[in-house]
Write a protein that binds this ligand. Sequence first.
Ligand code: C5P
Length: 315
Amino acid sequence: MITVRVPAKVNVQLGVGGLRADGFHDLANVFFAVALGDEVTATPGEGVTLSCTGPDAASVPLDDTNLAARAARLLAAHHGIEPGVHLHIAKSIPVAGGMAGGSADGAAALVACDALWGLNTPMDVLLDLAAELGSDVPFALIGGVALGRGRGEILEPLPVTGTFHWVFAVADGGLSTPAVFRECDRLRDEAFVGSADQGAGSGSAATEVPTPDADAALLAALADGDPAALAAALTNDLQPAALSLRPALADTLRAGTDAGAIGALVSGSGPTCAFLAKDAEAAAAIAKALTGSGTCRTAHATYGPVPGAQVQPGV
Ligand code: C5P
């Protein structure tokens, strides 16, 4: 039996560039791995079967659409073997919450099956397989803090000092990532058509957006271990789209700021909201205030950065 622990992510910068011909967007995506995570346990089995426990377990698909099942099959196919595994997912990461929970389970399944089947797949091969599974899966393998370029899969680990304290406010129900990217494009086109009325001509603005760059002030804040500077530099280009689809998230962001958060943003494509706290004590107080605020289902205090998917010793 192999148990792998895997982190969720928050994007401390999510710069979204133009819509590409393949339907993805070029990103400047600064991933940050947090201790709020899932555990995936692999035991020998027939074919690939899944089970799941946790508060959101009812909304986790247990068929071959689950990234954990797809990861097991992809790894087996890569090595030309028949997959035989039961994967149990102990789920703490919000489902469809903008924290890459499904991607985390895919990464954990790659590592768990690799160990269970004794394959010793090199990390660069696991990263390639992870990129086939989804844009956020490679980061869940490496964890820490990293800049993701391309559609998010081309990773460069970033220097970071110390520990940052976070609170995550979990919403009722998820948001579809493709729907949030589509809304981002729609809002960009709408703004462009607005300006075209002033004589700029018409067309699709969504494809014309230049590829964003990592923000130097944000990278310095991470390297210096400076929460106030990081709070000031947090950005998410998907936030207007998430707020457009779920206007009530503005109340959640305000509730966290009122409770003392030094920074607040929607996590990835949402609807989870992320709050940066000045220390662990402040994070606990913000989580308590948010839980009682009526603006979210629940809130968790956590910290990061933490490593990527790792086999748990002695389990
Ligand atoms: O790569 P992944 O399967 O996680 O992406 C899910 C969806 O999110 C894509 O089909 C696409 O609609 C959107 N996406 C995007 N640009 C990215 C990453 C994801 O438009 N860089």
